[in-house]
Design a protein around this ligand. Sequence first.
Ligand code: SF4
Length: 748
Amino acid sequence: MHVTQPAPTVVRRICPLCEASCGLELKVAEGRVLSIRGDDSDVFSAGYLCPKGVALKDLHEDPDRLRKPLVKRDGRFVEVSWDEAFAEIERRLPPLIERHGRNTAAVVLGNPSVHKLGLMLYGPRLLKALGTQQMYSASTLDQMPKQLSCGLMYGSWLSVPVPDIERCGFLLILGGNPVASNGSLWTVPDFRGKARDMQARGGRIVVVDPRRSETAELANEHLFIRPGGDVFFLLGLVHTLFDEQRVRLGRLEPHLAGVDEVRQAVAPYTPERVASRCGIDAATIRRLARELAAAPQAAVYGRLGTCTQEYGTLASWLVDVLNALTGHLDEPGGMMFPKAAAFAANTAGKPGIGRGVITGRYKSRVSGAPEVIGELPLTCLAEEIEAPGEDRVRALITIASNPVLSAPHGERLSAALDTLDFMVSVDIYLNETTRHADVILPGRSPLEDAHYDVTFSQLSYRNHARYSEPVFAPPAGQPAEWQVLQRLTAIVLGLGADADLEALDDRQTLEQVRKLAGEQADAVFAAVSKHRGPQRLLDLGLRSGPWGDGFGARPDGLTLDKVRAAPAGIDLGALQPRVPEVLRTPSGRIELAPPVLLQDLERVAADLERPAPPLVIVGRRHVRSNNSWMHNLPVLAKGPVRCTLLVHPADADRLGLRDGETARLVAAGGRSVEAPVQLSDEMMPGVVSLPHGWGHHLPGTQLRVAAERPGANLNALLDDSQRDPLSGNAVLSGVPVRLEPVAASAGA
Ligand code: SF4
């Protein structure tokens, strides 16, 4: 639906601003949004929306949002036509690849790309055409450990179990704040409402976090934990289950491999030994293990704080080990595997067995960091640009990504970007990263694009299929992002900037269909080709998916037309047990003790006695923000300053800090930022918190609202050499810092 008529019209759109994917109802007229509310009829979110959802209007109407391509000439951006922009790319990118090889071109995918159907479905084609090993994304900033541990245990990267909250009786949350996020690697709109329903049924929520977060406030119990101490806490819990004979494998027993290996591996980690390292006393660890084991329906959910640390993969693994050993994995009310209607690797191929996952097929050139899911750690990008050598990164394509603010040591990355021979950005903003580009290709407003959640339907608390039509027609001549990526693909393939994109799309789609349908390929291709572009791929995904019509074999099954005909979405029901069908491991079993993880426990053993640094820093999430990309929206930017440094009053006393004063944070290497102090007993003493994604004071951007309240950049403090060695995830939590009053240090 393209709304142009003057009379107000109500249209539905899935919100693209965070993982919760709420269904929204927009009242629109004459190309403008009049109001936004939650869509009561939405089968998945049932009318819920958070303050960010309303900001979709601001995003659509933001005068700073780019609408024309920009090319840098003599150091300044000038608006050009699309043809001129692609001609510039064709003139400069292919010769670099020809001269220096495919790995000279790097790609960075940012978080918003996962909210765009076109970018999700056509990004892989550009990557394949480039053939580069220099692929980076936001995944190595916050979620790769969970994907790696799940890949090793279940055989595919997005087989991530989520809490079945509607039937759960005991929910243990580590390092996550779903009241603010509405789930992360767990799509659960209105977490607060669902949590309250759970408590009303007599359920219990326990939150383990170095901050008494909004979720902890709502919980029945909150425990402070030393940042980075999760692995020790979890080892203590698993140890207790074995020690007290509380392991209960239940229905999964024949499907689990490695129980004895886990028993041996955790034997040294008594609650008494791990207590000081995690900051939670032994009696509490034992009590929680007993409660978890005794609960008929329980789930342990670990999120951001468990990933953004040096033991991210181990902590993520142990969360699932706990669920499995207490009989709560793949059980109603426990941790369950969604069955997405389209695009899930764990519904493709032969059920119950597969090739599993492999990492380290190649390593980063400078640090030797192993590849995971075809990606290198984003914290390696600066050194890959800086270090001389034939394989040096000389060209970069960023897609909806702002690593100068979102990755550690952005100042270094910023300087490195200035040395590139060529950089292209596909982005809606001239931001702290894209200001370094030679060409910026603007994306469309989300309201000008159709939408289907490729990823989040694989992580949802309930199975569903929902599709949104575009709300508005795009500006004349503005291509969709999938067309932008196809044109870049054509340039990289040597077909030229003016290649026939329809023909290229036909060719590449037919190739995909052949892999999927074999001898039936021509018939399947004909069946889906009444749609074009992403819609054709979506129809292909839905019809070949577990709920699909099988191209006529199951006439009641899903097709794109059926999903489209249900604007409030199609509910596919509560999550169902899926083991062993969901597994894609070579053994056909859940690998409870992957050797690479058992081996990594050696680091933990060596680290058991490490004393707590006097002060460490963690990030935090606010419901009115999501990474760096919503700070230019007036409706979210207004109100109290949110980029404050939370400091426990006892720490403030010790350091001579007062509420509202500016303090300087200094980290290793002398990197420092200044931020206003907010005294708060929600912090664990010895831990301070600054939200991430801020620091909009850098020159050369076009983010006028954000620049008025730039905030301090947490990531500017962090060290880009600190990573979880298995997943390559950046260490963002528990980093030692020094804190001093600005006035005192200025006078010193
Ligand atoms: S929680 Fe808010 S930002 Fe996230 S999808 Fe829902 S309305 Fe949008």
